[in-house]
Design a protein around this ligand. Structure first.
Ligand SMILES: NC(=O)N[C@@H](O)C(=O)O
Ligand code: NI
Length: 172
């Protein structure tokens, strides 16, 4: 079983999958009479149909036991989906490029460092939120509207992948 190499989350590395929502390395301009930096449009909300809405939710996620066998990914064909951690804790991101079916060989894993959020672009395959803290809260901005906006794909057993943050930490 392939063990996913967990990569640091950077704008460039994540570009094929979406946006990294962070202040580090991001442009800003001053507002509010010079008292506030506006890190403007770090990501955009993609929707699919004219009457769609962009909505804001909070996900309170329980950590899954690690190491995890990654057997499935999902995608949202009609809109983007952004996750921003609310308590500054790191979390894991597992993604594959948008396509009809996810290619197991193109699945990649990233560690978001707690100061970073992600915005999955429309149709990008991803694992449901992977909190590392026992429980964590995420602000979620995604699309609401008619039709199916969540496709799941389950890999064959021989294509499942191992995700083991502790092993990688031990190897450092
Ligand atoms: N189902 C749902 O709203 N959550 C997933 O889309 C996810 O990416 O966690
Ligand atoms: Ni999702």
């Amino acid at each position: 079983m392939r063990t996913l190499q967990i990569e640091p989350l950077t704008k460039d590395a994540f570009a094929p999958f979406g946006d990294v929502i962070e202040t580090a390395g991001s442009d800003y301009f001053m507002i509010n009479n010079g008292s506030t930096r506006r890190y403007h449009q770090l990501a955009t909300v993609q929707t699919g149909l004219p009457e769609d809405k962009a909505i804001i939710s909070i996900f309170r996620a329980q950590a899954l036991p690690m190491p995890l066998t990654v057997r499935m990914l999902e995608r949202h064909p009609l809109g983007s989906q952004a996750f921003v951690p609310l308590h500054g804790k790191s979390f894991l991101v597992v993604v594959a490029p948008a396509s009809d079916l996810p290619d197991a060989d193109q699945v990649r894993a990233f560690l978001a460092d707690g100061s970073q959020g992600v915005n999955y672009h429309r149709g990008v395959w991803h694992h449901p939120i992977l909190a590392l803290a026992p429980e964590d809260d995420f602000l979620v901005v995604d699309r609401s509207g008619a039709g199916n906006n969540c496709d799941e794909h389950f890999f064959d057993d021989d294509q499942a992948m191992r995700l083991d943050p502790q092993q990688q930490a031990d190897e450092r």
